[in-house]
Design a protein around this ligand. Structure first.
Ligand code: NAD
Length: 249
């Protein structure tokens, strides 16, 4: 999909690799000003270098989504240097899988802090700027696990289920300011996060996915482009799955 995002400033967290990087690449190709925020400095540098070959306006910032003061300062810097934040994509996320009986409090807390609190922090800081502009699109990268649950992922499922409820509440709160908030729920997508799955597990997953294959980060990026664009002007508070039909209602 190619759209024209000229003069649109799109901020993507956790975009140094994986799904976030694919989203950044799609927007860069579509002429957006792309702002990558990630916690790993080397990875930010490499991602920006790669993307500058496809888009002229790609900028990287090192930031941790759980650091409220740091994100506030970073968003103020982005406003000063680029003049706006039209779209925020809360993509930074981690897993710390364990059966509940063995799950350590640190494993629970880290996943909640990055996946849920990090999205709250970035949303709050971005909305301050979007409400003044009376326009904006916020996209939360949730997961089908937040809809269906999964054994060994109670922390991750709770964080993504929480993110879906957070999306609906923000959509209601921000609608009068013309700021839309939607969630994207990817299914099984080929990235570093899923690279260590065995061939057997992949085959098992493929059996339950109606389209019988894993998705690609580009599939997620395509939906983000639609939700960021005016083509989705009347859509807010929704959770849209990109999952090959896995969770169809
Ligand atoms: N891969 C999948 O199959 C899949 C499925 C459903 C949902 N998701 C979600 O998509 C998002 C991206 O997943 P991915 O597979 O690309 O993961 P990934 O691990 O490949 O990339 C995550 C990125 O987030 C960054 N990050 C981690 N903690 C951060 C923090 N505190 N502040 C800023 N950046 C931070 C990492 O450095 C990394 O670059 C996540 O929210 C994940 O939960 C992934």
């Amino acid at each position: 999909m190619k759209r024209d995002f000229d003069n649109q400033i799109v901020v993507i967290t956790g975009a140094a690799r994986g799904i976030g990087f694919a989203i950044a690449e799609a927007f860069a190709v579509s002429k957006a000003t792309v702002i990558i925020i990630d916690v790993v400095p080397d990875a930010v540098e490499k991602a920006v270098a790669k993307l500058q070959s496809v888009g002229a306006k790609v900028f990287g910032y090192v930031g941790n989504v759980t650091d409220s003061a740091g994100i506030e300062a970073l968003f103020a810097q982005i406003m000063a240097e680029h003049g706006g934040i039209h779209c925020l994509i809360n993509n930074a996320g981690v897993t710390r899988d364990n059966l509940l009986i063995r799950m350590k409090e640190e494993e629970w807390q880290l996943v909640m802090d990055i996946n849920l609190k990090g999205s709250f922090i970035c949303t709050q800081k971005a909305f301050k700027h979007m409400m003044k502009a009376r326009k904006g699109s916020i996209i939360n990268i949730a997961s089908v696990i937040g809809l269906m649950g999964n054994a060994g992922q109670a922390n991750y499922a709770a964080s993504k289920g929480g993110l879906i409820a957070f999306t609906k509440s923000c959509a209601k709160e921000f609608a009068s300011r013309n700021v839309r908030v939607n969630a994207v729920a990817p299914g099984f997508i080929e990235t570093e996060m899923t690279a260590n799955l065995s061939a057997e597990i992949r085959a098992e997953y493929a059996k339950v996915i109606p389209l019988q294959k894993m998705g690609s980060p580009v599939d997620v990026a395509n939906l983000c482009m639609f939700l960021a664009s005016d083509a989705s002007d009347y859509i807010t508070g929704q959770t849209i799955a990109v999952d090959g039909g896995l969770t169809m209602q």
